[in-house]
Design a protein around this ligand. Structure first.
Ligand SMILES: [Zn+2]
Length: 429
């Protein structure tokens, strides 16, 4: 159904980052026109946008949606102890039903905080994730995870399962794409990395990986290969415009230049990095100067503990400002780009801005919210002061998935109860 939104304040995120007062006409799943005084004749629904701020749906470029089941579990540990002592043992007992409810809960949380698309990496239950995402109405790239260390999983079995899952999911869900996610250099052998990337290239799928998250990962690889992670990945053909590299907190100038030259996408995950005490800070502006595409991610809710991209934008700005002792080095406009258009570009999506011809993925904010007043500057006010309670409506693909503060396509309370039940059961198994 066509929808006309009248008289809203529009944060366009177009090339000039214009902020307009005007109307937006949605035809089907696309933004058809933007202007003033557009005619509502023949349009299915005309909405009053006065008092609303509209921005493009945020793109969470690195997360693990189902990990919300382990939110608040294993608090206070550094990354490798957290993974080895808490997360991986619990995840060994996961069922597909757990993954389904965890992803439903994660998708609802993302919608409520203004995210319309996410880039997932998970090892298990990919079809149940696709069902969950579709039932909430979101968009996602679901990276089927592969790893062959430290378990005794083989390259052959990982690649066989990957091929099967791609066949099962590709083209079956209108808002879901499948991708390839290799966990990391410490969980994947060189042979598996080469095979997985080769398959992603051949099938035209996004390749997604954790890279240089901790200092330990860098020094272990230096001992093993005499190369740093980005040098090593480049030497085997993994650093290119089809690769999304999450974290990149412990990198040298040479690695920054390799990622930039090859136009890779780098995902800054400031909250997760600080929470897991990884120490290294992704040098966002240096990557951008070198030519890399900088996107933003929350990482999983178990290491964040939220999936709120606006909160992550704020932390990204604070962390970069703090790192360089420079309030101008990473401006608010750049953080907006990372959370919207750059995320969409990383995922190959025709989204991330409110422009004619783009997918209609929109977020509506009550511009009269007390914590946003007096709105001296829309971009800054939202990044530094918005909370999810200010978001009234969210549209994905031209369809409202949050309307007047209510999740539209499924029963939210029932979903939270079911997710809570399976989460408590999971940690007791
Ligand atoms: Zn991660």
């Amino acid at each position: 159904m066509d929808i006309l939104i009248r008289g809203a304040r529009i944060i366009t995120q177009n090339a000039n980052q214009e902020i307009l007062e005007g109307d937006v006409l949605i035809e089907g799943n696309k933004i058809a026109r933007i202007g003033k005084g557009l005619s509502g004749e023949g349009v299915g629904e005309v909405l009053e946008g006065k008092g609303k701020i509209i921005f493009p749906g945020l793109v969470n470029a690195h997360t693990h949606g189902a990990m919300g089941l382990l939110r608040g579990y294993g608090e206070g540990l550094p990354l490798h102890r957290w993974l080895e002592e808490k997360i991986w043992p619990a995840e060994k007992n996961l069922t597909t039903e757990d993954v389904y409810w965890g992803t439903v809960m994660g998708a609802i949380e993302m919608v409520r905080s203004g995210t319309t698309c996410f880039n997932e990496m998970y090892m298990f239950g990919i079809r149940h994730m696709a069902d969950a995402v579709s039932e909430v109405g979101m968009r996602a790239v679901l990276g089927k995870g592969v790893y062959d260390k430290p378990d005794s999983r083989s390259v052959e079995s990982e690649m066989k399962e990957l091929r099967e899952k791609v066949k099962e999911i590709k083209g079956k869900y209108p808002r879901v794409q499948i991708g390839v996610a290799a966990h990391s250099v410490y969980a994947c052998s060189e042979e598996l990395l080469r095979e997985a990337k080769g398959f992603a290239n051949q099938a035209g799928l996004l390749f997604h990986m954790h890279v240089s998250e901790t200092r330990g990962e860098v020094f272990d690889l230096l001992r093993e290969k005499n190369m740093r992670p980005v040098e090593y990945l480049d030497s085997i053909g993994l650093v290119d415009a089809g690769s999304v590299l999450a974290h990149m907190g412990w990198v040298t100038k040479r690695e920054i230049s390799i990622a930039g030259k090859n136009k890779a996408s780098v995902v800054h995950c400031p909250v997760s990095n600080m929470k897991l005490a990884t120490g290294g800070i992704c040098p966002v502006s240096e990557f951008e100067d070198a030519g890399a595409n900088i996107a933003l991610g929350t990482d999983g809710a178990a290491s964040n503990n939220s999936l709120d991209m606006v909160e992550s934008m704020k932390y990204a700005l604070l962390l970069q400002t703090h790192k360089y002792w420079d309030a101008e080095r990473y401006p608010v406009e750049k953080a907006w780009d990372a959370a919207t258009i750059n995320g969409a570009n990383a995922l190959g999506l025709n989204a991330g801005s409110i422009e004619e011809g783009k997918l209609a993925d929109l977020v509506f904010v009550d511009g009269k919210s007390v914590n946003l007043a007096p709105l001296h500057n829309d971009l800054r006010s939202i990044v530094y002061s918005l909370n999810p309670g200010n978001i009234t409506d969210v549209m994905v693909d031209g369809e409202f998935v949050l309307r007047n503060g209510e999740i539209v396509l499924l029963d939210e309370q029932e979903a939270i109860e079911n997710a809570t039940e399976v989460a408590h059961d999971l940690v007791g198994r």
